[in-house]
Design a protein around this ligand. Sequence first.
Ligand code: F0G
Length: 482
Amino acid sequence: MSKVKFYYGEKIPLEMHKVRIVQKLNLPPIEQRLEAIQEAGNNTFLLKNRDVFMDMLTDSGVNAMSDRQQAAMLEADDSYAGSETFTKLENKVKEIFGTEYFLPAHQGRACENIISQTYVSPGTIVPMNYHFTTTKAHIVLNGGRVEETFLDDALQVNSDNPFKGNLDINKLVDLIETNGADKIAFVRMEAGTNLIGGQPFSLENMNEVRKVCDQYGVMLVLDASLLADNLYFIKSREERCKEMSIREITREMADLSDIIYFSARKLGSARGGGICTRSKEVYTKMREYVTLYEGFLTYGGMSVREMEAIAVGLEETMDINMVNQGPQFIEYMVDELQKKGVPVITPAGGLGCHINAMEFVGHVPQNEYPAGALAAALYLVSGVRGMERGTLSEQREEDGTEILSNMELLRLAMPRRVFTLSQVKYAVDRIGWLYENRELIGGLRFVEEPKVLRFFFGKLEAVSNWQEKLMAKFREDFGDSL
Ligand code: F0G
């Protein structure tokens, strides 16, 4: 892998691209930020982007696009059926994954809807290395259940396991033996496990999972939404793969999967999604759902311009200098925060930097949503918008019991090739200050709580006037600074 060494020994990520289009940012003063976050019901999803300085909510649909992607968008073929753009995308998918069949869908959860409707039925089980919110929702909606078969390590905040996203083979075998292979809808492996801090699985682990799937005749489904990061980690952390190209690693992963699906809001740095398979039977079973829910088979609810951009984006993902940008910036941020004593998930993963709210605000009880409170507090003191990934992102039991999440994380996503290092330094500075003043942060309670996916549009209030106190301390320490 090509690495640039700095003469004076500094270890910082170096961009292998230049910025040619920019978007103006706004950093409102803290008094305005307090109003904005309270109006948003302390839910960072409900903030208006005009009130946000660094949008670290997600990397979904907001990664920087390349000049080649933008150029390709001008060539799009808008035909309803048989679009040339679709053929281009289908061919690129075929070339990279070696899969004969491609079903387009408007985004990742649409793929999950189609796969779940086809393969999940009441009483079935989907073992996985960790669930994602929308994945679980679709499986449960179809009467199935998720069984987390992650490593014991996976939920340890600090670990030196380079592959905390591995699927536990013994747990998988036990689960299949106990329930019977006919109860397993499919095994799902999520590249770059989102909810546990963007932790990757190894190629060796995927090979072992495949063996188990073969032994019991069960399908293996790969969620490749965060594949780019996982590819980088396999190449940089797995001994056998050091000399393999990104393309070779991708192909081996694809060959091990029966179905691959992805959110192209992440993989391919555009907006869309799709399902790939080598099996005509699998393709035919799912096909009708595409026309029913998404659109005709040659666009699946996507704009053809986005499809052009995805085709180019997939090709660009095969470049190590593209896939290393996210993980290297994230590693920098994680290291800098650790130097300040801020509790973060280690080793640094993909997707973003994950702060351990359970420790950061250990005095806030879990039923007052510590990670949600921390997200609101960070926005207040910095204009940085992160995302709660903890109890708030869970769904209550049918009887209303709160499911307390295994982890309480504040996720600060690092959209690829979007922020400069000085912006990342700013975020580190404000997080460091907030950590020193963490005792001022209090909990949240719901004032409006939707039943499904409540974290998206639920509204909460502070349990006391802690936000006003935090603002006063900010003014004391920062004077008239923004
Ligand atoms: N799978 C994974 C691993 C994801 O991270 C996401 C989305 C999806 C599936 C669903 O894809 O959004 O296109 O419908 N993750 C986004 C995030 C929402 O912010 O982490 P989608």
